[in-house]
Design a protein around this ligand. Structure first.
Ligand code: ATP
Length: 616
């Protein structure tokens, strides 16, 4: 694949590498350590909060260990011993421990949630910032719904991980170790019985994790696909309605949803095994302790208080073990989610500043293509050996049949894609060797498909030029022949345009987009079909406005209606990615006239359009 955006440069897993460019994840069960290590990296920036949280967790584990201690002492000293009058003291002690435990637990849970929220805020912002840096080729392949689910729901899973699971697993681990220390100090035989249970629990958790993680990965993946299906249908709801494809879309959604259902059911099956297994296992453990400990009490080696405290500890294990099982689900879901998140974060933008790139110095706007070739997929050339030059103040028309490569050609100027071969320069500066930021400040483009944000007309026009005055906005709106319309609206420039500008007509959207690029005031102005959605009268006015606007810059115009570019200074005729003809003014004749005289593709296309135009 040609210059693909690559993934995984920072990855440490090596084998089973995930492919980038928005493809679905194929691997959902790689080693967890590298992922955990990378997640831990995010904790580093909140080390203080993390340390307090871990201390609260350790304190919570200690408080949890105390009740059996008190019970043991109460039984041995008060119930069986001669301190019966003081039993209330132990009961009061238990109450005090519970109150303190409640306070510490609140602190632990609150701090953990705070830490989780802070970390996920960082990860989500990093993800969004990185997505913004990725280039067109990534978005050509990625699915919007899937990306949205990575930024929202996958990061949400991580907030569960950092905000609950991580610390609960830690507290429980501390508790299990604490119980072991206490039990061994009381009675090593019973301690051994307990210690023998731990490896089984650890092995069981490992087996469980190994099974549940891929299942969770499938759940996340199918959820991403479901998001894409939904996003596609909602974005194309007009087409769905026009063609009456509601039922078809329902079936499609149902299919995606069913995949998610099967993945969810499969995961639930594995999850449901955990508790019954652990209940049986804990039952066996308690029985063993009762057996060995009971003999101990009968023979006199162990006090009754110790045995009861022991059994209390064993029954107390049930909660952390059950919780650990549940939290392992969250941990595994988090591993699957973080794999998807890191896949995006590891994708290296294909289009980025080259090392040592300098800002583009002030330019006049001389655009030069030298034998430029390009293909989207590395196999099918879309532009072949294109050479052309455009000078400041010139209006350069790019024409040719549909699919000839016109949009692709102009998209190379602001470096939406990199040319595969040849060079492209602005005033002699190779576009690859200057910073993207400075390049795009000098090259303005009004895209073929207009996109407006769901905000006011004013903000849409000012989008690329924050901080400009209302007067400037009005000036470009006048140039774009849209001021009178905006002025006639009750809310004027403050009128909201709706999602994707749905509350405006196609022509109004197009002119707002034009005003937006004019406000950007670029040296090189690219207009992809700028008048395709406006009426003939507006088109004439726009053309006059362009005449004024283009004087200070180099303007490229892509046009299908050749009548609109008759007055262009240069006309580039593309066919199958090659420059088929190049029209230049000569001997008092315009570029258009020269091409008409030449009698090639341009004159054929022009005559065809003209004939069509006059036909009844
Ligand atoms: P039109 O006049 O219909 O807008 P055009 O001359 O502007 O067409 P381009 O949009 O440049 O043509 O497309 C040229 C070729 O490149 C087409 O065959 C098209 O299928 C292909 N193409 C365009 N964009 C992409 C993309 N993002 N990924 C892969 N192929 C693409």
């Amino acid at each position: 694949m040609k210059n693909p955006e690559r993934s995984g440069a920072r990855k440490t897993e090596g084998k089973g590498h995930v492919k980038a460019q928005g493809k679905a994840i194929n691997r959902t069960s790689g080693p967890a350590w590298p992922l955990l290590k990378r997640l831990a990296h995010y904790v580093k920036s909140h080390l203080g909060l993390f340390a307090i949280t871990v201390s609260a967790a350790a304190l919570a584990a200690i408080f949890e260990l105390l009740p059996p201690f008190l019970i043991r002492a109460a039984i041995d000293r008060c119930v069986l011993g001669d301190e019966g009058n003081f039993i209330w003291l132990w009961a009061a002690g238990l109450l005090a421990v519970s109150l303190l435990q409640g306070g510490v637990d609140f602190l632990r849970l609150y701090l953990t949630a705070l830490l989780g929220q802070k970390i996920v805020f960082r990860i989500r912002n990093d993800l969004f910032t990185h997505l913004n840096r990725l280039s067109f080729s990534f978005f050509d392949r990625a699915r919007t719904g899937d990306l949205m689910s990575r930024v929202t729901s996958d990061t949400d899973v991580l907030s569960m991980f950092f905000g609950r699971a991580g610390i609960i697993v830690l507290t429980n681990a501390l508790f299990l170790i604490g119980v072991m220390v206490v039990l061994f100090s009381w009675n090593w035989i019973l301690g051994l019985v307990y210690a023998a249970m731990l490896p089984v629990i650890v092995v069981a958790i490992r087996i469980y994790a190994r099974k549940v993680r891929p299942a969770m990965g499938r759940v996340r993946k199918t959820l991403g696909l479901l998001g894409s299906t939904l996003q596609g249908t909602l974005a194309g709801i007009m087409v769905v309605k026009v063609f009456g494809r509601d039922k078809y879309e329902e079936k499609r959604f149902d299919r995606s949803s069913s995949k998610n259902l099967s993945a969810g059911v499969e995961a639930a099956k594995i999850q449901s095994l955990w508790m019954p297994f652990m209940n049986v296992f804990m039952g066996i453990g308690t029985g063993l302790i009762l057996w060995v400990g009971g003999y101990g009490v009968i023979r006199g080696g162990i006090s009754l208080g110790t045995l009861i405290a022991f059994i209390t500890y064993i029954s107390m294990l049930l909660r952390p073990v059950r919780q650990t099982g549940m939290m392992m689900n969250v941990v595994m879901r988090s591993m699957a989610a973080s794999e998807r998140i890191f896949e995006v974060l590891d994708t290296i933008p294909e289009i980025a500043d080259s090392p040592g790139a300098l800002p583009l110095p002030p330019i006049q706007g001389i655009v030069k293509f030298d034998n430029v070739s390009f293909s989207y997929d590395g196999n099918n050339p879309v532009l072949i050996d294109v050479s052309l030059k455009a000078l400041p103040g010139e209006l350069v028309a790019v024409v040719g049949p549909s699919g000839a490569g016109k949009s692709t050609l102009v998209h190379l100027i602001p470096r939406f894609y990199n040319a595969e071969r040849g060079s492209l320069t602005l005033d002699g500066n190779d576009v690859r060797e200057v910073t993207l930021d400075s390049l795009r400040r000098n090259v303005g483009i009004a895209l073929q498909s207009v996109f407006l944000f769901d905000t006011s007309i004013r903000e849409n026009i000012a989008y690329g030029s924050p901080g400009v005055s209302d007067r400037e906005i009005e000036r470009v709106a006048r140039t774009a022949q849209i001021h009178d319309f905006i002025h006639s609206l009750p809310m004027g420039y403050g009128t909201p345009v709706g999602e994707r500008g749905v509350r405006l007509s196609g022509g109004q959207r197009q002119r707002i987009a034009l005003a937006r690029v004019l406000l950007h005031d670029p040296r090189v102005l690219i207009l992809d079909e700028p008048t395709s959605s406006v009426d003939a009268a507006t088109e004439r006015k726009l053309r006059d406005a362009f005449e004024v606007a283009r004087k200070e810059r180099t303007t490229f115009v892509i046009a299908h209606r050749l009548g609109t570019v008759r007055h262009a200074d240069r006309i580039i005729v593309l066919k199958n990615g090659r420059v088929e003809e190049l029209g230049l003014p000569e001997a008092g004749k315009t570029a258009h006239e020269m091409l008409m005289v030449a009698g090639g593709l341009y004159s054929t296309l022009y005559s065809l359009q003209f004939t069509e135009a006059v036909e009844p």
